[in-house]
Design a protein around this ligand. Structure first.
Ligand code: ASP
Length: 411
């Protein structure tokens, strides 16, 4: 067994053991909270320097601005197409299984974090792309404005010739150094994921309570998980195979550390360092593509979240006895896609951006209360799907880029 496999097996063992301890020892597992938090913070600590350096190195690696434009377009098409397919799968399974039919949600209140959250509209999503204060954005881990800034910065550096070169070399060095730290952090990953899973399941009251909560909305949870499985285990592997000819099982195995980290942390952003490492080092996606595609993917490409938004919205409609016709479901289709783009790569962000979907078709926000108790679990499943979607995207863009952008520029 080589060293890479060992780490993966230890991480899986960490998740299983964490689930076991959280299930049987319940709230007592909060004693390991701090271990999970340290692991999470170690990963988050790397995110800002990694995003800035990755985008700059990625952009400058792509070369002149026309190549960036073409690669950007391929990336955008992949992100939009796979997110749209995910929402469509969500709509199909939720219409098929009708998980909300007959479920009573009277007496529920709009959850506090939804009331307290800032109202989210389409213009807010657009506004979140830029920030007047980059330092504040870094402090608050708002990565979208940093991506936009770094894109411009990297793009402009490539036009400066001699003057730009040392700056690019500098950020290249920063990037390599951060990636080395990622390797060090991963040594503690098995213990970290154990602690994250054990303390979260424990905080939910242990196995029995979790199971009881799950059963209350069992059909809904099953519909979400089934939809996610369809997307992650059928659609994405098919896309990967058809577009790149790669073996999806081998690709998944190499991306597994990222997927298990996503499941444990429930954060695409915190997982980003591991996602980049797996894509570049194990799945041999070219460095420039991995560094360009994955930071953007972790922030805007969320197939799992999009699918979940559509299932949850229709679940609420079914509970409320509101029939949504074809036209209204198209509105859900569009707003669920936007809500997934607008959701930050942090735990349970999708729950809050769902307000956009619900309000677009006049559904009661109180319905969100029914989703709360098990959202921490579904969040992990959708985050793992999100990260898997990003990983597949890196390979697809890499192959298409080689064919159409590099090839296209050859004399
Ligand atoms: N936790 C998810 C992520 O980081 C976002 C969400 O769906 O809440 O990808």
């Amino acid at each position: 067994m080589n060293k890479n496999n060992l780490l993966l097996y230890l991480m899986i063992a960490g998740i299983v053991l964490g689930a076991f301890c959280g299930w049987f020892f319940g709230r007592d597992m909060h004693v390991v909270d701090w271990i999970g938090e340290i692991f999470l913070d170690l990963l988050k600590m790397l995110v800002i320097p990694l995003i800035i350096s990755s985008m700059i190195v990625g952009i400058s690696g792509l070369g002149d601005i026309r190549k960036v434009g073409k690669t950007g377009l391929i990336t955008l098409i992949y992100f939009t197409a796979t997110t749209a397919v995910a929402v469509a799968i969500g709509l199909v399974v939720v219409n098929l299984f009708q998980p909300g039919a007959g479920v009573d949600f009277s007496g529920q209140q709009v959850p506090e974090r939804v009331v307290d959250g800032e109202p989210l509209g389409i213009t807010d999503i657009l506004k979140s792309f830029v920030s007047p204060n980059l330092v504040a954005s870094m402090a608050e881990m708002q990565v979208l404005p940093l991506i936009v800034f770094s894109l411009f910065f990297g793009g402009v550096l490539t036009t400066l010739g001699e003057k730009g070169r040392p700056v690019i070399v500098f950020f290249d060095g920063v990037n390599e150094a951060v990636m080395k730290i990622v390797h060090l952090v991963m040594y503690v990953a098995p213990v970290g994921v154990f602690a994250l899973i054990a303390s979260k399941l424990g905080a939910a009251g242990g196995g029995e309570l979790f199971f009881a909560e799950l059963m209350k909305v069992g059909m809904y949870a099953m519909t979400v998980v089934l939809g996610l499985l369809l997307h992650a285990a059928v659609i994405l592997p098919l896309v990967l195979f058809m577009m790149t000819g790669r073996n999806p099982i081998a690709y998944l195995k190499n991306a597994s550390e990222a997927v298990t980290t996503a499941f444990s942390t429930a954060s695409s952003s915190a997982t980003l360092p591991v996602t980049i490492d797996c894509a570049e080092k194990k799945n041999t996606v070219s460095r420039k593509t991995a560094l360009f595609v994955l930071p953007i993917g972790a922030t805007v490409n969320m197939d799992g979240t999009a699918l979940y938004e559509s299932v949850a919205a229709l679940f609420i409609a079914q509970m409320a006895g509101i029939h949504l016709g074809f036209g209204e479901q198209i509105v859900v289709f569009i707003t669920a896609t936007l809500a997934a783009i607008g959701a930050a790569g942090i735990p349970e962000a999708g729950l809050v951006t769902m307000v956009l979907v619900l309000e677009s078709v006049g559904l009661p926000l109180e319905g969100i209360a029914m989703l709360l108790s098990i959202d921490w679990f579904l969040d992990r499943c959708r985050t793992a799907t999100n990260v898997w979607g990003d990983s597949v995207g890196a390979a697809v863009v890499d192959t298409l880029e080689e064919k159409f952008v590099e090839g296209g520029n050859r004399p």
